[in-house]
Design a protein around this ligand. Structure first.
Ligand SMILES: *[C@@H]1O[C@H](CO)[C@@H](O)[C@H](O)[C@H]1NC(C)=O
Ligand SMILES: *[C@@H]1O[C@H](CO)[C@@H](O)[C@H](O)[C@H]1NC(C)=O
Length: 382
């Protein structure tokens, strides 16, 4: 009788637990929203850091969405903006920006020109961005203890529940191509990724648990590179992209994916999503080029290697500047940015970012293949 009762109790417990388990797995019912996003990167995800620290981004940047320059090298929103929109969070303020910022739901440490290794185009390399984060965390935590909660500041308990996003590495490759060559740049990849892995481990030590890692894009398809670095016949692919540069980017991505796997094994409580942004961007460019397979929405794009703002043809003028040379106006206003994949020869237009975000946020190009909203349900994070 005693043992019969025990079986009965055990049975009820079993069904209760099974029920909880099912509700966790079924339909994403397990509660796991991100209260904050902390981002590290370069101009691909800089929402105002470089502009605040090193010189304001001029108009017509921002013209499509913000109606004025917003510190972004783009006519509108970047992928990081579309990420926080998707998560129901406000746009990230740049850590380096001292005006009108709000860090309640995260902060952005990305700055235009940044690389993983020090000594590139920007002083704010990844290691420095991580030390800025550590300072940000300790000082806001101290303020919380001293003054209590404040609507512009993060809650200390949110740091371990936040999403940590990375989009960095493109400038390590660009700097390598400019100052050495493809072979040497390829050889430097393990050193670059050692530094990346170190950065992730530092964040882990600080309590970061969920990581979302973008791989690097097809750098050889940036019009700037296509014009300046390697415009030799025979090294362009069918889309007009510099193939040897894209091959180095692909090698970087293969090794990055391996590092992420190693980090998964090494950091037992962390969840990593590796996101193949390269494929999203490259597919967009090839589709726009491939008249036969045009998707409806892409049919409005110009040649993918053209860009809207600034000029590198004949006379180099950066986006936002203007010059009249021999009667020709360079840097004339940029009409119809939504018809271009590239905004200024280096950075993608908002129209392109919207299409890229559409395929990367739902997990279709991710390892593991989960959407960003469910990245916190990544099994390793249980
Ligand atoms: C402008 O004209 C001068 C003289 O004809 C020529 O040398 C120069 O290359 C031209 N510059 C550009 C940017 O076309
Ligand atoms: C993700 O979105 C793209 C573009 O809308 C779509 O083609 C793809 O099927 C979606 N994948 C998943 C897993 O939902």
């Amino acid at each position: 009788m005693e043992s019969g009762k025990a079986i009965w109790v055990f049975g009820i417990l079993f069904f209760l637990l099974a029920g909880i388990e099912a509700s966790q797995l079924g339909g994403g019912l397990r509660k796991c929203g991100f209260p904050a996003v902390y981002n590290f990167g370069d101009s691909n995800s800089d929402t105002g850091g470089r502009s605040a620290a090193l010189g304001e981004v001029p108009p017509p940047n921002g013209e499509t969405f913000f109606g004025k320059p917003s510190g972004r090298f783009c006519d509108g929103r970047l992928i990081i903006d579309l990420i926080v929109e998707n998560l129901g969070l406000p746009y990230l303020s740049a850590y380096l920006d001292s005006i009108g910022t709000n860090f309640r739901h995260g902060a952005n440490f990305a700055t235009g020109g940044s690389s993983i290794l020090p000594g590139g185009y920007s002083p704010f390399n990844l290691d420095l961005q991580i030390s800025q984060f550590i300072q940000f965390k300790s000082r806001t935590t101290a303020l919380y203890k001293q003054l209590g909660d404040h609507s512009n500041r993060p809650r200390p308990r949110d740091f371990s529940k936040a999403l940590y996003t990375f989009d960095i590495g493109q400038n390590d490759l660009a700097y390598g191509f400019q100052h050495t060559n493809e072979a040497q740049t390829r050889d430097s990849i393990p050193t670059i990724l050692d530094e990346f892995a170190r950065a992730v481990q530092q964040l882990y030590k600080e309590g970061a648990r969920v990581f979302w890692v973008h791989n690097t894009g097809p750098i050889g398809c940036l019009p700037y590179n296509e014009i300046y670095y390697q415009p030799k016949p025979g090294n362009l692919d069918s889309n007009g992209c510099v193939e040897p540069q894209n091959e180095v980017a692909q090698e970087f991505n293969r090794q990055l994916k391996d590092r992420v796997s190693q980090l998964r094994a090494k950091l037992p409580h962390a969840a990593f999503t590796y996101v193949d942004v390269f494929s999203a961007k490259y597919t967009l460019i090839s589709n726009a080029n491939n008249q036969g397979k045009l998707l409806l929405i892409l049919s409005s794009f110009e040649n993918p290697l053209e860009f809207c703002c600034g000029s590198y043809y004949g006379y180099h003028i950066d986006c936002g500047k203007k010059a009249i040379v021999n009667g020709t106006i360079y840097g004339a206003p940029c009409h119809n940015p939504s018809r271009y994949i590239s905004w200024d020869g280096i950075h993608y237009s908002q129209a392109a970012n919207l299409l890229i975000a559409e395929v990367i946020l739902n997990g279709s190009l991710s390892d593991p293949p989960i959407s960003i909203r469910k990245a916190c349900q990544n099994p390793k994070n249980a």
